[in-house]
Design a protein around this ligand. Structure first.
Ligand code: PLP
Length: 278
């Protein structure tokens, strides 16, 4: 497959970055994943805005406006203009001799490519989740390529036959290892408020909007582990996850939650399909 690297389209096995790339050495980079339904981007502007926000927060100087055209080209070059796909973008601070402090005037390294993704039948999935301590840093609103805590948590879940994690910080659910988490309690939908403890999910925002537009009560308020007994439904959202129903939640020792209902999740899944398959 072809990838875009610093202004050039290259075969992926011909595309190289320096061993002194700060993305490689420090995880000093930002990334973004944008979905394309039947070749049509979904919320592309929002994804580029989040990318720009993250770059600004870590002081990587790069203007994302030029990327839209390249994203569309990536999808068409990959032959995915008529299918479901995603575009991965990664921007590292650039290449410089290794120092902790930022090098002067580095040139960011831009990697971008499109890949096929199955965005169908997400509504038939029933996921089992593992509760894990949220060991990530205190700026989870920044979509950094430094994902050690997330991948370690997720590997534990997958190796124990779970589909995802539910991360807990100081007793409260933050989100999942690579998706946002929603809880339905007394017919109200709860999700952790935006801020440094979660990524501001683009899908999350769409779901909150769908709730508001359909008269479903929604509160951006964190749910505590002890509240699980009152929860009827849990679902996860994300660019490739879309909206997935959770069947059960477990600690390493025991089951902590089993879905009692699915009405609100199913309703939101159907609304989400209308939104993305217009
Ligand atoms: N939370 C985390 C930690 C993620 O990595 C992701 C997606 O990759 C999400 C939430 C979902 O965000 P989005 O809906 O923008 O894909």
């Amino acid at each position: 497959a072809e990838v875009y690297l610093n202004g050039k389209w290259l075969k992926h096995d011909q595309a190289f970055v320096s061993v002194f790339d700060r993305g490689f050495m420090f995880g000093d980079g930002i990334y973004e994943v944008t979905p394309f339904y039947n070749g049509i981007p979904f919320k592309l502007k929002e994804h580029l805005e989040r990318l720009q926000y993250c770059l600004n927060e870590v002081q990587i100087e790069f203007d994302v406006t030029s990327l839209e055209k390249i994203m569309l080209e990536a999808v068409s070059r990959a032959g995915l203009s008529k299918s479901d796909a995603a575009v991965y973008i990664q921007i590292s601070r650039g290449t410089a001799p290794r120092t902790h402090f930022f090098p002067e005037n580095p040139t960011p390294v831009i990697l971008l490519y499109s890949f096929p993704v199955n965005l169908e039948k997400f509504e038939t999935k029933r996921w089992k989740l593992l509760v894990s301590e949220d060991k990530r840093w205190h700026r989870c609103d920044i979509k950094t390529t430094a994902l050690m805590a997330s991948i370690m948590a997720n590997d534990e879940a997958i190796s124990l036959d779970f589909e995802e994690n539910l991360l807990v910080r100081k007793g409260y659910f933050t989100e999942a290892s690579h998706s946002s988490a929603f809880f339905v309690k007394y017919k109200t939908v709860y999700t952790h408020p935006e801020g440094p403890n979660i990524l501001s999910g683009i899908t999350r925002k769409q779901i909150i909007l769908l709730c508001k537009n359909s008269g479903i009560k929604v509160k951006e308020k964190a749910v505590h582990l002890d509240e699980l007994v009152e929860v009827d439904e849990i679902f996860l959202t994300g660019t490739t996850t879309q909206v997935v129903r959770v069947e059960s939640v477990h600690s390493r020792e025991k089951e902590l939650f089993r879905a009692r209902k699915s009405d609100i999740t199913t309703f939101l899944q159907n609304e989400f399909i209308k939104l993305t398959r217009a």
